[in-house]
Design a protein around this ligand. Structure first.
Ligand SMILES: [Fe+2]
Length: 372
């Protein structure tokens, strides 16, 4: 049995109207905020609400709006310069995973970026570190607008550098506070709710299967998966349904921060590096072949999970996931996202594959082939 240490250093505010506490809660962090969000007009109304709350608490703010899906290192550097010039006491990230990841990475780059990206990637690669050795970080607060990334609870931030998606880990990168308010997610397009929800489902699934997981993470994983298997089938969502997804995302995010991801996550990052498909959609590409791989190897945790979820066999669980993917429009292959032979070979021959710990390189390449 492995020791699994982890830091819980975040305050979560979950509910139908928790945003009303934003000013009061953020006052403890200082009087100046840098708001990080995308320029998408979808956020205009929410930003207005946030501004009102900050003004009520006499907190000054300015914006960094250069957030893009799959944040690039150049944009992180730009954000770090804006953060420095702003003199902000804290970062307020409003958005989904890419935005929350941007907030984490901007703070890290401002504190330690002079070492260069390669030094950061090699220094902050320890998923399970519990050190509190980072100095100079500007704390971040997350307002999550999707129930699907878990980024508000994880020690990870994914940054695209020189065309490759890479992950930085440190426990102090976790937002110190997160607002998970169903009202901020009510107008989300159905397709985005499904894509981000499937991402959260995979966090729960992969952290359950992980051999470095534990009883705490697995209990959270099962709870989260029950929520996603039930709610993701829906075509309409009430505020209460959205809150269920928010709970599921947080349970899955916490499980992920303990157990870690599995094979589909790096594969989705390889594909996402070369095709502009959303993260959750890239994950869905590899899931059918990944689940078959677990079934073929008679993975003991996969068998236990299916039993815990009430399926009479791994085959019936696989059928349920495949029909869910079909229903939510994510039953697609690499080819469906425009990948040709060249892109397939890029993923197949990615230099990280022989170093992935969960299966042999030939087994992983077989999953890729079957997902093409
Ligand atoms: Fe993910």
């Amino acid at each position: 049995m492995l020791d699994r240490n982890f830091l819980l250093n975040s305050e979560l505010l979950l509910g139908h109207e928790v945003l009303g506490k934003l000013g009061e809660k953020c006052s403890s962090l200082g009087k100046r905020a840098l708001i990080i969000c995308s320029a998408d007009s979808h956020f205009t109304r929410l930003c207005g609400r946030v501004e009102e709350e900050l003004k009520k608490a006499s907190i000054d703010f300015q914006y960094f709006r250069d957030v893009k899906p799959n944040p690039e290192s150049d944009d992180i550097e730009k954000g770090a310069r804006v953060l420095k010039d702003s003199g902000a006491d804290f970062i307020l990230s409003i958005g989904g995973g890419s935005t929350i990841d941007t907030g984490k990475a901007v703070s890290l780059f401002l504190a330690l970026g002079s070492a260069g990206w390669d030094a950061l990637f090699s220094r902050y690669c320890d998923f399970s570190s519990t050190e509190r050795d980072l100095e100079g970080l500007v704390p971040s607060v997350a307002i999550a607008t999707t129930a699907g990334t878990g980024s508000h609870l994880t020690q990870a931030t994914v940054v695209t550098h020189n065309g490759e998606k890479k992950t930085l880990y440190h426990p102090q990168l976790k937002p110190v506070m997160s607002f998970l308010d169903s009202s901020t997610q009510a107008e989300m397009p159905l397709s985005l709710r499904r894509i981000t929800g499937f991402d959260a489902f995979t966090h729960a699934f992969e952290s359950y299967i992980s051999t470095t997981s534990n009883a705490l993470a697995r209990a959270l994983s099962v709870g989260a998966m029950k929520i996603f298997l039930q709610y993701l089938k829906q075509d309409e969502f009430s505020q209460d349904d959205i809150l269920e997804l928010i709970y599921g995302d947080s349970m899955a995010g916490l499980a992920l921060s303990i157990g870690g991801a599995g094979i589909p996550h790096p594969l989705s990052e390889f594909l996402g590096s070369i095709k502009p498909a959303p993260h959750g959609a890239c994950l869905a590409v590899f899931y059918p072949a990944y689940l078959e791989h677990l079934e073929n190897e008679q993975n003991e945790w996969f068998i236990k999970l299916c039993q815990e979820l009430g399926y009479d066999s791994t085959a019936s669980f696989i059928d349920a996931v495949n029909s869910l993917l079909k229903h939510i429009g994510l039953a697609k292959t690499m080819r469906d996202y425009g990948a040709g032979e060249e892109e397939k070979n890029f993923v197949l021959n990615h230099p990280a594959i022989p170093h992935l710990p969960w299966a042999s390189a030939s087994e992983i390449r077989s999953i890729i082939e079957r997902s093409y």
